[in-house]
Design a protein around this ligand. Structure first.
Ligand code: FES
Length: 84
């Protein structure tokens, strides 16, 4: 099963050092790129959020297409979605 493509491009997000975030992996969250728990509403759904802790105060680019090879960050793979 492939994740839903929420958007073919990342979102810039300001993160705070030491704070933990939950990145949406299924692509169905209404608060993308973050998880809103939508995956819990579908029985047998294989996706769950990916939690990560910011190592520094920074602006990061979080993947919205859910096909990055470096989750939760955009790696540019959204440019090749037509071939996925
Ligand atoms: S938005 Fe997913 S790789 Fe860029």
């Amino acid at each position: 099963m492939q994740p839903n493509i929420f958007k073919k491009g990342p979102t810039a997000v300001q993160v705070e050092k030491g704070k933990t975030y939950a990145w949406c992996t299924c692509g169905l969250s209404e608060t993308n790129p973050f998880c809103d728990g939508h995956h819990k509403t579908i029985e047998g759904f294989p996706f769950k959020s990916l939690k990560f802790t910011a190592e520094e105060d920074a602006e990061v680019w979080l993947c919205n297409c859910k096909h990055t090879k470096n989750p939760p960050f955009c790696d540019g793979n959204h440019k090749h979605l037509s071939s996925i």
